[in-house]
Design a protein around this ligand. Structure first.
Ligand code: MN
Length: 226
């Protein structure tokens, strides 16, 4: 909280300098991509949001998967979930951690050129905000998120358009923290729907209403200029 207050009250540096500011957490993300060829964002621009961002992007790359991204400390912590989320608390979905992504990536919808890293179609499948979902008397919820993440027991509550309620990511395999394996599980609450298939139910973008085919064929969405 203190950091955010400070950056809000501080004088805004010019846009060029902001874009050039280095973001060490995004080094791997940038190394994998050629920004002259892909319209994905380079990242590093700051955002003065007070709520933590949440997005799931459906990504038809070499294998179809769903990229779950949760904002923490200025980047989007990211997991590739091959089968996507399930609202059924009995279902555990494998979530493979991937490199942190820039917050600007959350609005990316379109096509990554063939042959480039992650080449294929990307849809904004769900988005919204999220918050700490652990112990209710935690006096620093963001720190609660940090500790949960570090421990491999990451409890959070989603306020998306399609996904809501309480969830947990449990790390099952350590090693390189950017290659760890986790399980994504819905907690039992009002938002749980045993037996449902939310990934099958929603086939369009929450941002543009387009299907994967329409995105693949289509013109660029209006918010992208690249
Ligand atoms: Mn992906």
């Amino acid at each position: 909280m203190t950091e955010r207050k400070r950056s809000r009250s501080g004088k805004k540096p010019p846009a060029k300098k902001m874009a050039a500011r280095s973001t060490p957490g995004l080094a791997e993300y940038r190394r994998k991509r050629d920004f002259r060829r892909t319209s994905e964002p380079r990242g590093g621009r700051r955002r003065a949001a007070r709520k933590l961002a949440y997005v799931i992007q459906k990504h038809a790359a070499s294998h179809l998967h769903f990229d779950l991204r949760l904002e923490l400390d200025g980047v989007m912590k990211s997991w590739a979930v091959p089968k996507g989320p399930s609202l059924d608390p009995a279902v555990k979905r494998l979530a493979m951690q991937v490199e942190d992504h820039p917050i600007e990536y959350n609005v990316f919808e379109g096509t990554i050129p063939k042959g480039e890293y992650g080449g294929g179609t990307v849809m904004v499948w769900d988005r919204g905000t999220y918050e700490y979902g652990g112990d209710e008397d935690e006096d620093d919820p963001v720190d609660g998120l940090r500790r949960g993440y570090a421990r491999g027991d990451f409890k959070f509550a989603l306020h998306g358009k399609r996904l809501k309620g309480s969830w947990v990511l449990i790390r099952t395999r350590r090693g390189d923290p950017r290659r760890a394996q986790w399980l994504l599980i819905k907690h039992r609450d009002e938002a749980a729907e045993p037996g449902s298939d939310v990934v099958e139910e929603f086939q369009t973008s929450v941002a543009t209403g387009r299907t994967m085919d329409q995105i693949a064929e289509g013109r660029k969405s209006r918010r992208r200029t690249g």
